[in-house]
Design a protein. Sequence first.
Length: 276
Amino acid sequence: MSVGLDGWGWWGATLVGCALVASMALVGPLVLRNPGQRQRWIPPLLALAIGVLAGDALLHLVPHAVDALGLAQTLVLAGSGFGLFATLRRLLPPGHRRGNTAALSLGGDALHNLGDGALIALAFATSPVLGIATVVAILAHELPQELGDYAILVDAGYSPREAARANLGSAASVFVGALAGLLAGPAAEPALQWLSPVAAGGFLYLALFALLPGLRRHPAQGARWWRLRALPVALGVGAMAGLAVAETRAGLDHGHVHGINAPAEAPRNFAPWPRG
């Protein structure tokens, strides 16, 4: 059986991994620093966000949820997430829908990061190698998603500084999830299994019913439409598909799943408190 980190090493490795994941929230502000870049790149990044969210839900979160919970329960939970996001978005008047879409995007990202944090803690408890591999997989996953999240916020009217702060605030939930994982240990696994399909349903709603109609505010035709709309969506879906395949080949198919089947071989002396 793999031997996980213990005491201060476990806390330290988990916190460093979570800090790296949270730092992905700064990618958008760093890449799109001037107004000209933002105006040129926001439309294709919105299209990328649609592909990433839909691909993440359909190719990553839902398949792992089906493995852990079964098809019927997964569909019920995903439908609940879809309905919850649809209801929340409609609570505000139509004139505020763009801002509400941004708020839902932040909420969905926070839910997603919550599961990531707990998973990182459980992975390092099982094995340092599994912990590192899990952090690397999450970082690869977060890079395109955080770029899309930043584009959603700026398109909704957030200033670059406000968007960066909001993204960081959402990303900080990874530390909350890690703390829950550190304190609860393997007992956190059942709760995390439910988060995945709920987040998947919310992501599908955001992609198909909030972001996709919003692309009409940025018209494009002919070759420009393919380059700025269809290609980024395809790249987003393709990135999620590639990550799913890579995780399977790396042996993370049942380990890195945002909580689904989190490491079942946690050490018997699983204890969150540093010793000595």
